[in-house]
Design a protein around this ligand. Structure first.
Ligand code: ZN
Length: 153
């Protein structure tokens, strides 16, 4: 009974994502490549909501003081003091800078998740969860390839 209910839940989530598909395509069309040097992998993540393989980001061990910027448009998104090691294999942050992102509900893969994208250029960055360890309770799970770190001088 329980597994039947779970199956129904997955099916309904898939149907919802089908309904949202045209909307997502419209959203994708609105995004523009601002940085002409983006790699194919970066474009896949940012414009098609892909995900980089975990534990591959060079930013995982970045501990310097500074800011994380959008790799497409350069907007400032996170301060280094919000970064923490979540153990998930993706750069993780307890909070974003005010107004840095917009969110939408993502029903892909039969899950309901909150997707967030750059407020300035619209590209996908990651998903935000409510299981963060700090007082904000948030965990921004960000693809490292979408970020450029600029250390403070
Ligand atoms: Zn951007």
């Amino acid at each position: 009974m329980q597994s039947k209910r779970k199956t129904l839940k997955v099916i309904s989530a898939s149907l919802i994502s089908l309904i949202f598909l045209p909307y997502n395509l419209l959203q994708a069309a609105a995004k523009k490549i601002i940085n002409p040097t983006l790699s194919d992998e970066q474009k896949d993540i940012m414009f098609h909501e892909g995900t980089e393989r975990p534990f591959t980001s060079s930013l995982l061990n970045e501990k310097r003081v500074g800011f994380y910027h959008c790799a497409n448009c350069g907007a400032k998104l996170f301060a280094s003091n919000a970064k923490f090691d979540s153990g998930t294999g993706w750069p993780s942050f307890s909070e974003a800078l005010p107004g840095a992102f917009k969110t939408k509900i993502d029903y892909s893969f039969g899950m309901k998740r909150i997707e967030y994208h750059c407020s300035n250029c619209g590209v996908h960055h990651g998903h935000v969860f409510d299981d963060g360890p700090s007082s904000t309770g948030k965990r921004f799970c960000n693809n490292g390839l979408c970020l450029i770190f600029k250390p403070e001088n």
